[in-house]
Design a protein around this ligand. Structure first.
Ligand SMILES: [Cu+2]
Length: 132
């Protein structure tokens, strides 16, 4: 058994020892309306984000779009994201491509009911790239 196999287990301990994140976001999923085609607005489920700690440039809203905010993170940042599920069914967020601890990966077994929250804690260890 090599040292690498211990690394995932050690990461949560590191976060417990120094749990002040560099970046803290609030991310809310909720029903909304968007103008997608001419005429009546379309009912959508959308994300709204807010920066609680860290650079204001971490979140970039796409003007006029119901698509979620772009989250800009840097390698080495410790990140906490407070996900609020205001949808009428269970949900969770998966950060496709980011190498994060299992409990922060948004697997469907971790979904939370509407009205509930889920808190993600992880460190960005990936190189620059686009992840969704
Ligand atoms: Cu994925």
């Amino acid at each position: 058994m090599g040292l690498a196999s211990f690394a995932p287990a050690l990461r949560p301990l590191f976060l417990l020892q120094n749990n002040t994140p560099d970046v803290e976001l609030e991310l809310t999923a909720a029903p909304g309306e968007a103008s997608i085609q001419p005429g009546a607005p379309t009912r959508v489920w959308e994300f709204m984000g807010r920066v609680l700690r860290g650079p204001a440039t971490t979140l970039e809203t796409i003007p006029g779009s119901y698509l979620g905010s772009v989250i800009r993170l840097r390698k080495g940042q410790r990140v906490r994201i407070r996900f609020h599920n205001h949808l009428p069914e269970p949900s969770i967020v998966h950060w496709h491509g980011l190498d994060v601890p299992d409990v922060a990966d948004g697997h469907p077994r971790l979904t939370v009911e509407g009205g509930r929250d889920y808190v993600y804690d992880f460190e960005v260890i990936n190189r620059a790239g686009t992840y969704w």
